[in-house]
Ligand binder design. Structure first.
Ligand code: AMP
Length: 138
């Protein structure tokens, strides 16, 4: 069973939120600490911890709402682009353990940089790929 989170309380209306959208399967509201104005979180009504625990249908509903809302939010705030993010587990940046997708309006030169990548050393890409492909067989 998933532990109770602040998003369960928002969904039940026990604590306030700025509701952006709601349908049968999902609920969307403004992030309380926006990366840019209009930063919105989409959650499923069917509570689950994150993408590692979500069933196919639950995740599909979240992504369908993300797809519906993204162009509307972009237009509404006059953004130049949108970044979609889902953090999973503490090491993945997750702070609230209730599946949520971030819809983040982006502006040219908004200074919100992606983290830097590093190169694979010799043989590392192939070794990593082999591990992932083996997992896919399970
Ligand atoms: P994450 O690191 O992906 O788990 O992000 C959690 C997000 O939830 C952060 O961006 C917070 O600003 C946001 N958040 C936390 N509490 C609330 C709240 N009561 N209402 C709206 N957003 C919240």
């Amino acid at each position: 069973m998933t532990e109770e989170t602040i998003f369960d309380k928002i969904l039940r209306g026990e604590i306030p939120a700025h509701k952006v959208y709601e349908d049968e399967h999902t609920f969307a509201f403004l992030d309380i600490a926006p990366i840019n104005k209009g930063h919105t979180l989409v959650i499923p009504k069917n509570s689950t911890r994150n993408i590692l625990t979500a069933d196919e249908e639950t995740f599909a509903h979240v992504m369908e709402t993300v797809r519906t809302l993204s162009p509307k939010i972009k237009e509404a705030v006059g953004a130049d682009g949108i970044t979609i993010g889902i953090n999973n587990e503490a090491a993945g940046g997750q702070e609230v353990f209730y599946l949520h997708a971030h819809i983040i309006p982006r502006f040219e030169n908004d200074g919100r940089k992606h983290w830097g990548g590093e190169s694979y050393k010799d043989g590392e890409a192939e070794a990593t790929l082999e591990k992932i492909v083996n997992q896919l067989k399970n």
